[in-house]
Write a protein of this length. Structure first.
Ligand code: NAD
Length: 331
């Protein structure tokens, strides 16, 4: 009969034995700070990924509504909302990847130090819960001006620190966007690396224009604009987070070889070059299933860039010390 035929057709099309529909194994992502300006669009991007089986959204506000909205999108990830401290550990249970954009924006009258103390406290507590509930998870921190030092120091205190599994996120996007605007090119026309960004303190943010592919040269004025434009941007935060779970979750080896430009806690690319004394330093890395497979280093820098890095070093070291002391004093 027609209904029976119909059922048969539907079964065939949606058969789970059909290889085209086979899904990678369970893969859980927890997004902490999911209701914010970064968290909401990031949740939307993560919900698009067929590689994610569970997307847990945590915040101290609005997560039931945000989760309900995302759950209406017809994609694989099962979305759940978790609200308030009491539900944090439940949210983290079984997480393979944890992404943290939780924090407060700088308010009028708030100094950079105030902002650091508030946001570092938030990240400290969230990472502490990760250390307890999902110590093997990869942790990506977006919150400013915290980056990787505070989370790494917390994980060390807990005895579960693995430098291959903690990332800050940054973006190379803005420099590239500026170039696109200046030169009328299409997106993706320029790959650039940047190094040395810790704590969002201007001088430590250094775009490595010498590492661009294809090679580019700028009139000094445009070079300076690109340099300034790199100082703040969230686009790369998105692309990092988009790529991290895929890199981590995709079963095909070639897809695991994606290069992701993110900061990592334990990498000391410049040390070999003599002038870098920082314990924490941003370099491009290659991610695999177990976290960072390879530190790609910074490549050969031009003198101009080496001088910028040397000039940034005292501030970078001071920022790192501040992060370490914060955890020592408050943990
Ligand atoms: P936002 O204020 O819009 O959102 C922050 C969210 O964090 C809010 O939903 C808030 O409720 C939540 N939150 C606050 N305390 C929390 C806690 N204890 N636990 C869980 N959630 C908590 O801010 P935003 O625009 O989304 O930015 C978030 C952070 O990301 C900021 O620190 C910002 O500076 C940083 N940022 C980083 C980059 C980067 O490239 N690394 C780029 C852009 C923004």
């Amino acid at each position: 009969s027609r209904p029976a035929q119909l059922v048969c057709v539907i079964r065939k099309q949606f058969s789970t034995s059909n290889k085209a529909y086979s899904q990678p194994k369970e893969a859980r992502v927890a997004l902490l700070g999911a209701s914010g300006g970064i968290g909401q669009p990031l949740g939307l991007l993560l919900k698009q990924s067929p590689l994610i089986s569970h997307l847990n959204l945590y915040d101290i506000a609005h997560t039931p509504g945000v989760a309900a909205d995302l759950s209406h999108i017809e994609t694989r990830a099962k979305v759940a909302g978790f609200l308030g401290e009491d539900q944090l550990k439940q949210c983290l249970k079984g997480a393979n990847v944890v992404i943290i954009p939780a924090g407060v924006p700088r308010k009028p009258g708030m100094t950079r130090d105030d902002l650091f103390n508030t946001n570092a406290g938030i990240v400290r507590d969230l990472v502490d819960a990760c250390a307890e509930v999902c110590p093997k998870a990869m942790i990506g921190v977006i919150t400013n001006p915290v980056s990787v030092v505070t989370p790494s120091e917390v994980l060390k205190k807990r005895g579960v620190y693995d430098p291959k599994r903690v990332f800050g996120s940054d973006n190379t996007g803005r420099g590239s966007i500026k170039y696109i605007h200046c030169r009328g090119k299409g997106p993706g026309c320029l790959e650039s690396e940047r190094a040395g960004d810790w704590g969002h303190s201007g001088i430590t943010i250094i775009p490595l224009i010498s590492q661009c592919t294809p090679p580019v040269s700028f009139p000094q004025k445009i070079g300076l604009q690109i340099y300034l434009a790199c100082a703040r941007c969230f686009l790369f935060a998105f692309s990092v987070v988009q790529q991290s779970p895929s890199v981590f979750l995709n079963p095909k080896p070639e897809r695991e070889k994606l290069t992701v430009r993110i900061q990592n806690a334990g990498h000391r690319g410049g040390r070999r070059q003599g002038w870098c004394k920082a314990k924490y330093f941003a370099t491009p890395v290659l991610l695999g299933k177990e976290g960072i497979e390879k530190n790609l280093g910074m490549g050969k820098l031009i003198d101009f860039e080496v001088n910028l890095l040397k000039a940034a070093m005292p501030e970078l070291l001071a920022n790192i010390k501040k992060g370490e002391e914060f955890v020592d004093k408050t943990y």
